[in-house]
Ligand binder design. Structure first.
Ligand code: ZN
Length: 270
């Protein structure tokens, strides 16, 4: 599933293809993804020039010269690729430019697209509740300490809460908690300020590394196939139940917390 680094990689990959360029035609090949596509999606985007492309949490935001912002989410399996021939079954939205057609492909259809006025887009229902970006200075040890103070919820649930920090998913929560040596089930209010500070640093470092890796892979990948996708990174604990902890050699454990798997090392994480 694409998490924040993958979305960042996709946005960075799309930028050179789309920024400052006119979308000659946009075609919705079905009425919905996870939710209905805007009825006027094709009409509002066809002929518009792309004036901005950025990421907010796990959303991509594509701005046009018509004052619209396309808010897209990749869901579980969404990706963009350059269309070489006829669109395939899962190429749901086509973005035609002179000499180039980009297809949004999503076989599971958990992705979404919304249109909103660029002015005030931060107040869109999908975006207005979001906390600070994890890689911004606003996500600081002091911020996390304020959010954790007095809370009996688990530290993992706290950092997965999008109002605490935007765009952290299960994978990077597991990885950062391991790097900071904090048990995913520890009560948020019981984690010391020093350990919360280590967790903030671990989250930023983990995401930075994944974005850097995604970027280089995207370039290599694009030269071969024209795909603007993302790849599965290798992880320290995520998905490694029963394998050796990279720090102590003991077995990585998995426990289910709020319906999601928490991969952790019981010896290294307290
Ligand atoms: Zn360990």
């Amino acid at each position: 599933m694409p998490e924040l680094p993958e979305v960042e990689t996709v946005v960075r990959g799309l930028s050179p293809l789309l920024m400052g360029r006119r979308l000659s035609r946009v075609i919705a090949r079905r009425p919905d993804l996870r939710w209905p596509l805007p009825d006027d999606l094709a009409q509002r985007l066809s002929g518009a020039t792309v004036t901005g492309l950025r990421r907010r949490a796990k959303y991509g935001l594509l701005e046009t010269d018509r004052g619209d912002t396309l808010i897209f989410h990749l869901g579980m399996s969404g990706k963009f690729h350059q269309l070489a021939g006829e669109p395939g079954l899962h190429d749901h939205v086509l973005f035609e430019l002179p000499g180039l057609t980009l297809a949004y492909n999503d076989h599971r259809r958990f992705g979404s697209m919304h249109l909103a006025p660029t002015e005030g887009v931060a107040d869109h229902p999908l975006l207005r509740q979001l906390g600070p970006e994890p890689l911004s200075d606003a996500f600081s040890p002091a911020w996390l300490a304020a959010k954790a103070a007095g809370r009996s919820t688990s530290i993992k649930a706290l950092i997965l809460d999008q109002q605490t920090v935007a765009g952290i998913g299960n994978i990077y929560a597991c990885e950062a908690l391991f790097q900071a040596g904090i048990s995913p089930t520890r009560k948020a209010g019981a984690v010391s300020a020093a350990r919360l500070s280590a967790l903030v640093a671990a989250l930023k470092a983990t995401l930075d590394r994944a974005i850097a890796a995604g970027g280089s892979t995207l370039r290599d990948h694009a030269q071969v196939s024209g795909d603007l996708g993302y790849f599965q990174h290798s992880f320290l604990v995520y998905g490694r139940e029963g394998q050796a902890c990279p720090a102590c050699g003991g077995p990585i454990r998995r426990r289910v917390q709020s319906g999601r798997s928490s991969f952790h090392c019981p010896a290294c994480q307290r």
